[in-house]
Unconditional design. Sequence first.
Length: 371
Amino acid sequence: MPQFSLRHSQLIEFDNSAAGHEGVLSDKSGDFIVKPCKQAEIDFYDTTASHPYFARFIPTYYGRLKLQGERNTTLAANSLPIPMLSDHEPADVSLVLSTITADPTWFPTGGGQIDTDEAVALENVAAGFQKPNILDVKLGARLWADDAPPAKRAKLDKVAEETTSRTLGLRIAGMKTWLGPAAAGKGGAKQDGYRTYGKSYGKNLKANEIYQGFRSYFLTENAGVTKILAKKVINRFIRDLEDFQDMLEHEESRMYSSSLLFIYEGDGNALEEAINEELNGERRPLEAANGMHMGADNEEESDESEDYKDEHSEDEDEDEDGEEVQWPKVQVVKLIDFAHASWTPGQGPDLNLLHGVKNLIQIFGDLVADL
């Protein structure tokens, strides 16, 4: 397996996220991220190698790391091997890990940095996009695991009751959309042209308002994402979600407060070019972590895509000269956040997550019909 050396001086703060805890790091190239985790989440990532169908729907897991320092910004070792590419088998990159004893007293973190020196190295799913538009959707009407103390259950039940989590089984946890170069510093956008919607945005949306929230994510015409392009992207995500639903119906698990991370190319010109390259069978040299190739948005395009996939199977990842290649980056969706996840053989599928996924498919379908 190809490897390179990771040094602490190569890590920087990762700021390309729509929601989540602080303290996430990235290498300077942006190919992978280092996410601080509690032991339970690390252990769950280790088990994903035994669940290849599930592993297709999460960021590639490279292995576990130990961090050190007051702000968890450096690696415990001067040099640590991390695989560049993975078939979802975790790498042996860990140091000896100390046992973490659970504190029976629960205190809310408020979305702040997790108090831990353990971490995982993961694929940066946003790598390879010129202007990634990012959406974090938290799944489930129930947000707490069986081992949650009463105070945490009460707090999360209140959050669910006051948001779309209870009624729809989903909530917009955060969004980041590129509004085009002319939007820099205007209309809520920062100087880089991005507008960020924090956690409070999704928490304040009612069930009859969440449709408009998703519309704001997909339709950014000032950035060149026209209604036609938006429909193409949404239809691809619908097919992604249908595949994801099938996986959940076959993998017996329970996951609480996990999210679906949606990313698509937010530069309209780059998006249209990527779609055309894909349909024409053109591939680019592999410059970033792998994305997922998905289908088309109408019958004619679907036929072209099926022929395309037949000629270029997913297993074919080298060109005639042996150079690693990838499909153009159009869109990708991955399941993330497994602090409260476990396999539950014999207990059936996760109906809590499926409730949210089915509603997402319905909402996205309504968006396509209305655009």
